[in-house]
Write a protein that binds this ligand. Structure first.
Ligand SMILES: CC(C)(COP(=O)(O)OP(=O)(O)OC[C@H]1O[C@@H](n2cnc3c(N)ncnc32)[C@H](O)[C@@H]1OP(=O)(O)O)[C@@H](O)C(=O)NCCC(=O)NCCS
Length: 349
C-alpha cells in the first residue's frame, strides 16, 4: 500500500474553476475475447437445441467462453491495456477506472480495483457500475460527466463479463444466448473543431415494472447463498426472453429518436448505429422500425452472442481497428437490459 493518499490540497483540480464544463471524447479503444469457442454444434451436444433454431431465432453461431482460471477482471485488464495502448496513455496517467459488469469477480471489492492492480494504474480511483447490458453506456455517461466537471482527467471505461459463470448449461432458454468478453475505451478532454471521438450526448433510463424479467436471484442480500439457494439454481441467470424482446425494440427506437431530436438531428444524419447485441431479430426489428438502411447498423452477434456490458465496446473496437469508422461520422450506441434499463450515447467519431 502507498504511504499516503494523494494530497488533494495541492492537486490543481481542487482549485478548478467551477461552472465551466469540458468536452470529452474517446481517445482509444480496446477489446478482448477468450480463445475458447462454444459453437452451436457444441450446444447441440449439451441441451435439446439445434444449430438451425439458434441461428433462426437469435442470429448467433458461436460465442467465446473464459477459461476456468479467468475472471471478469482478467478480461477487463486485457481490453483496458489495449485501449491504453491505442490512446498512447500510460497506466499511471489514469485517474479513474470504471468497470460496468453484471458478473464481478466478487460482490466486493469492486472489479475495477483488481483492474487497477493488474494495469498498475495506482493513481486511479475505481468503482463498478451495475446496469447489466446497459452498463457500458451508464459508465460512459457517468465518466463523461466526471471528466466534463474536471473531477478527473483520464478515465478508462470498461464493459466486461464472464456470463458463463452465471449461465445454467442445462437450460436451453438461456445457455445458447450468452458469451464472455470485454471492451474498453479511454476518455480524455477534447477541444477544437470536431475533435475525434467526441461524446455529444447520453440518454439513460429505467422502467422498473420489468424488474423481474432478467435477474440472477441468488447470492445477494435477498437470497444469500446457501446450500438451498444453490440447489434451487438461484445463482443462475433467469430470463423471460419474449417479454424482453418487445421492450428491447422499443428501447432502441425511442431512445435513438429522443437523442437525435434533442440534438437537432435526424436519422439521415446518423452514419452508424451500434446496438447492444442481444438478438439479431431485435436489431433487425429496430432497424426496420427506425427506417434505417441495414448497412448503417453494426452487427457481430454471430461470433460472440450476447456479451452484456461488453457487447457495444467490443463492436466499437472491432470497427475502429478494421478502419470501418471514418473521422466525423455520427455514431449512436444503443443499449438495453435488466432493470429494465436503457442507455444511448451519441458521438462524433
Ligand atoms: C430468448 C429468445 C431468443 C427466444 O426466442 P423466441 O422467438 O421469443 O422464442 P420463445 O420464447 O417464444 O420460444 C419458442 C419455443 O422455443 C423453445 N426454445 C427456447 N430455447 C430453445 C433452444 N435453445 N432451442 C430450441 N428451442 C428452444 C421454447 O421452449 C419454446 O417452445 P414452446 O413453443 O414449445 O414453448 C428471444 O425471446 C430473445 O432473444 N429475447 C431477448 C433476449 C434477452 O432478454 N436477452 C437478455 C437481455 S439483453
Amino acid at each position: 500500500m502507498r504511504e499516503s493518499l494523494q494530497d488533494t490540497a495541492t492537486d490543481p483540480r481542487s482549485r478548478r474553476t467551477r461552472g465551466t464544463l469540458r468536452r470529452v471524447g474517446i481517445a482509444g479503444t480496446g477489446s478482448y475475447a477468450p480463445e475458447h469457442v462454444l459453437s452451436n454444434a457444441d450446444l447441440e451436444r449439451m441441451v435439446d437445441t439445434s444449430d438451425e433454431w439458434i441461428r433462426a431465432r437469435t442470429g448467433m453461431q458461436e460465442r467465446r467462453i473464459a477459461r476456468p482460471d479467468q475472471a471478469t477482471s482478467d478480461l477487463a485488464i486485457q481490453a483496458g491495456r489495449r485501449a491504453l495502448q491505442d490512446a498512447g496513455l500510460a497506466a499511471d496517467e489514469l485517474d479513474l477506472i470504471v468497470v460496468a459488469t453484471a458478473t464481478p469477480d466478487t460482490l466486493f471489492p469492486a472489479t475495477a480495483c483488481r483492474v487497477q492492480a493488474g494495469l498498475g494504474a495506482h493513481r486511479a480511483a475505481t468503482f463498478d457500475i451495475s446496469a447489466a447490458c446497459s452498463g457500458f453506456v451508464h459508465a460512459l455517461t457517468t465518466c463523461q460527466g466526471l471528466l466534463a466537471s474536471r473531477a478527473f482527467d483520464h478515465a478508462l471505461v470498461i464493459g466486461a463479463e464472464v456470463l458463463s459463470s452465471i449461465v445454467d448449461y442445462k437450460d436451453r432458454n438461456t445457455c445458447v444466448l450468452f458469451g464472455d468478453a470485454a471492451g474498453a475505451v479511454v476518455l480524455a478532454p477534447c477541444s477544437g473543431e470536431d475533435p475525434p471521438g467526441e461524446l455529444l450526448d447520453n440518454v439513460i433510463g429505467t422502467d422498473s415494472s420489468g424488474i423481474d424479467l432478467i435477474q440472477q436471484p441468488g447470492g445477494g442480500s435477498r437470497h444469500p447463498a446457501t446450500a438451498e439457494t444453490v440447489a434451487a439454481n438461484l445463482h443462475f441467470m433467469k430470463l423471460e426472453g419474449r417479454k424482453v424482446f418487445k421492450f428491447a425494440v422499443n428501447a432502441i427506437c425511442e431512445s435513438v429518436d429522443q437523442i437525435l431530436r434533442r440534438n437537432g438531428l435526424t436519422l439521415d444524419d446518423l452514419d452508424l448505429l451500434i446496438p447492444h447485441q442481444a438478438n439479431l431479430r431485435i436489431i433487425e426489428a429496430a432497424t426496420e422500425r427506425l427506417g434505417l438502411d441495414p448497412s448503417r447498423v453494426a452487427v457481430n452477434i454471430e461470433r460472440y452472442g450476447n456479451t452484456s456490458s461488453a457487447s457495444i465496446p467490443l463492436v466499437l473496437d472491432e470497427l475502429a481497428r478494421a478502419g470501418r469508422l471514418q473521422r466525423g461520422q455520427l455514431v449512436c450506441l444503443a443499449a438495453f437490459g435488466a432493470g429494465l434499463s436503457w442507455g444511448t450515447t451519441l458521438l462524433r467519431w
